[in-house]
Design a protein around this ligand. Sequence first.
Ligand code: ASP
Length: 323
Amino acid sequence: MTDSTPPIASFTHRHLLGIEGLSPVEIELLLDRSESYVEQNRQADKKKSVLRGRTIINLFFESSTRTRTSFELAGKRLGGDVINMSVSTSAVKKGETLIDTAMTLNAMHPDVLVVRHADSGAVKLLSEKVNCAVINAGDGAHEHPTQALLDALTIRRRKGRLGGLQVAICGDIAHSRVARSNIHLLNTMGARVRLIAPRTLIPVQAERLGCEVFHSMADGLVDCDIVMMLRLQTERMKGNYFPSIREYFRFFGLDYDKLSRAKPDALIMHPGPMNRGVEIDSELADDIERSAIREQVEMGVAVRMACLEIMAGNLPDPWQRND
Ligand code: ASP
């Protein structure tokens, strides 16, 4: 954190629903605060009492391993009480479950709800019904703001900056909330973004997102500083988007040969879970000279600590909250 870092109270959003709409100053503030937790997380004693007395509920309507664990660790390391709730939406009408669950939890006076849902917009809807702060842990193919923040922190630590970097986001862009949040963040911070994917996996009018679009890894990766790979999100696919996994890997899977088009010190990233041999060569994924994939996971906890601290710090006094 620098002396010129604005105080956390200057982040005035009640909820963290997405990166879209955040200013460069707000993004820097979140990243600087996260940075301050990286060292703490490497100490034997990782605990602080910033969130002592606060209740955080992880409400996951869609499965998750790393994001849920990461939020849980973040809340506990800041001294908060963390409850995990996984809700299956399979047997019930989704709209009813969402609002009913939100109202039930609201009555228990949580301070922060961390919510993941399979439908885009569901987390925003829920945030309109509760008195606490809401953090979006991924809504459909819409946004996953803490993933973009942890990616940005990883890049900033490795490259010293975000502005001016050439970043390639490759693979299943159409179904990816990670891609959307990253595009907003990287564009806002002055990086240049390329999207590389088969035509079937690029959203219509992707150029409108302020990115260059490529359908060949050989062309798109030229001189890139950062190569972000995405998982094929088959759970969101309706129909056939590519002939076979083997074909997909051949043309769009990252291997040493394709990577040679990028800058010699290009960093490889992946939000996980990773499908080895589908979007990325297994050996390359484990190559610590090139891959920042494990570091991304580490940065995730620091980012979520900062987000929880800032969002909980923004809440009005409980007696003024009407809840
Ligand atoms: N974990 C990320 C997400 O929740 C990426 C993925 O699932 O492929 O969106």
